[in-house]
Design a binder for this molecule. Sequence first.
Ligand SMILES: [Zn+2]
Length: 513
Amino acid sequence: MKRSFILMLAASTLLISHSFAQAQDLDLIIRGGSLIDGSGSRAVKADIGIKGDRTVFVGSSAGKKAKRVIDATGLVVTPGFIDPHTHTAGDLSDPKRSRNDPYLMQGVTTVATGNDGDSPTAIGATLAKWDQQGIGSNAVLFIGQGTVRREVMGMSDAKPTAEQLDRMKALVDTAMNEGAIGISTGLYYAPGSFSTTEEVIEVSRIAAQHGGIYDTHMRDESSYTIGLLGSVKETIRIGEEAHLPVMISHIKALGVDVWGQSADVIALIDAARKRGVKVTASQYPYTASGTSVTAALVPRWAEANGALQKNLSDPSVRPRLVEEMTQNVARRGGADTLLMTSARDKTIVGKTLAQIATERKESPIAAAIEIDKAGGSSVASFNMKDSDIEAFMRQTWVMTCSDGSEGHPRKYGTFPRKLREYVYNKHIIPLEFAIRSSTSLPAETLGLKDRGLLKAGYFADVLVFDPKTFNERATYQEPTILSTGVRYLTVNGQLAIDNGSLTSALAGRALKH
Ligand SMILES: [Zn+2]
């Protein structure tokens, strides 16, 4: 009796001091904006209060005081964007780039990386380094299946022995224990392409035991091997047999052979979701994909066992190489759809494969082989149709991702471009739907606790943008120009962008699963 009375007294004292603190000591109020909470609900006129790293209230700020009040009249207030597929591990590890400017300036407050089957090997050490050095946005890591396979088997195209499979599973287990959010695959790329579905299921089961997810750059987004539909089926099967949610990265219908198949892909995924398989996808809003000349055109057998350079120069394999590369160029839409965006040989950057071939008076295939012999090139491959992009974008299970990489404007422009083009200009999706696809949906999919919504108690990752000027400026010719229109951005309650300018804050956190 006496004890419970004291407890009650303590509890009520706590309550009083708590509400007193709320009334007196807010750090930041953002007032008068058009607030979209990220759930898909309609925009409302509302204020938001922040204390420490958390949102304290969403609603009316009448009678409330804060150290700083931002007037957001005429601006849109949303949760910070969450990008489930980036290539930022190198940026975040480099103190010169770890603020992650290209993403902050798009309104992105959390990035996932380690996608496409390719990640740092030491997950725990990488996350610890980011926290120690400081990063501008929050970040989470996948463990890459390609990375794990290379660690155990090199670039071998063989089937793993039982012992090798055990070692791969142990590496995934360690990575998950150290905080990876799941396993990623790049089954299109070597060495992931050398793995059978069964092998992928075996290692993914380890991620599943830890409650992780499966993220994939599928084996084929086109008509190279098992086809786009075959790859979607493979992904769904992995989800069903390894028992974990699956996320199809940068969903697309790549190339003339599969244009229009978005309808069939959507039907397959909807059917799987109906029977309880957790399937989602991410997407970037561009008609060009970004990859390398090798990945786009050279068949995988030519890369096996590290023999790429030998095969490129071997006259005995040349006829087979030329025949398959000719098919691959056609599949992507022809040599004039392949734009070189970044290469050791600077003279080819900004030119299409067709232009380079004409200049050198040789066939496009001969030119591509020479480019690869000289160290390769990044390529923007214009291979998507707007109607497929729009069909995917309308799905409730499709998130926004940048897949940001060298030489493609998507690293600097994805998120504002999606709103500018597909919400404001073409009216393909409503603004609230687009915001949800960049906030609460990825937060839920990646398992990020207390993020992705503007909600009391949630982390204060808050974006304030000007709907009139929010836009990408990066182009294929100049892919590294920062976006415009973000007026304010908080990461864990601290201003990363203040009145349109980046601050020196490194308020991001390395988040563990
Ligand atoms: Zn990819």
